[in-house]
Design a protein around this ligand. Structure first.
Ligand code: 5GP
Length: 172
């Protein structure tokens, strides 16, 4: 591990909490079919780990937005690639890695609502509530995290460190 990193959430803690979330989501969508929208690229790891533990019948969609460069937010949210199929009339769950200022999710929810899903819910692995600038509804939260820049388990710095099997923060 890079000496400047401190483990914040261990692999075991991640797995245990994701298992709980999967059970809860299965319970909530009993008898329904779900469209899971994975927000690229950070949420790929979480989406896979979560949905492999779920029993609900589901389809995957991927959407790419960008808002960060390096460890600092640019404040500007851009849609890079949109969904492939229609979500009109579908039960939709957006899976995100982290909600920080709320700008990305707010933008994304407006975009997705315009496609007329039947229901639209949000699941995030991490919530950095302290940094919120725009309130967004969150239905499932894995972990509350402090106001520190985190890496690992999908979280990156310039596309590095995503494959660390734990979540760490930069020390200092
Ligand atoms: P928001 O629009 O809520 O401010 O930011 C959401 C996006 O910023 C996340 O999807 C993620 O890509 C990035 N982000 C926010 N905080 C962190 C962090 O602590 N570490 C990393 N790697 N990315 C973050």
């Amino acid at each position: 591990m890079d000496e400047n990193f401190k483990v914040l959430i261990s692999k075991e803690e991640l797995e245990a909490r994701i298992e709980e979330l999967a059970k809860q989501i299965d319970e909530d969508y009993k008898g329904k079919e779900l469209t899971v929208i994975c927000v690229m690229r950070g949420a790929v790891f979480f989406t896979v780990q979560l949905t492999l533990r779920m029993k609900t019948k589901l389809k995957y969609e991927f959407i790419t937005i960008s808002s960060y460069s390096g460890t600092d937010t640019t404040g500007e949210v851009m849609l890079r690639t949109d969904l492939r199929d229609s979500i009109e009339g579908k039960d939709v769950l957006v899976v995100e890695d982290i909600i920080d200022t709320g700008r990305s999710m707010s933008y994304l929810l407006e975009h997705l609502k315009s496609k007329n899903p039947r229901t639209l819910k949000v699941c995030t692995l991490a919530n950095k509530a302290e940094r919120r600038e725009i309130e967004v509804p969150i239905d499932y939260i894995g972990f509350e995290v402090p106001n520190k820049y985190i890496v690992g388990y999908g979280f990156d710095i310039d596309n590095n460190y995503r494959n660390l099997p734990y979540v760490a923060c930069l020390e200092g």
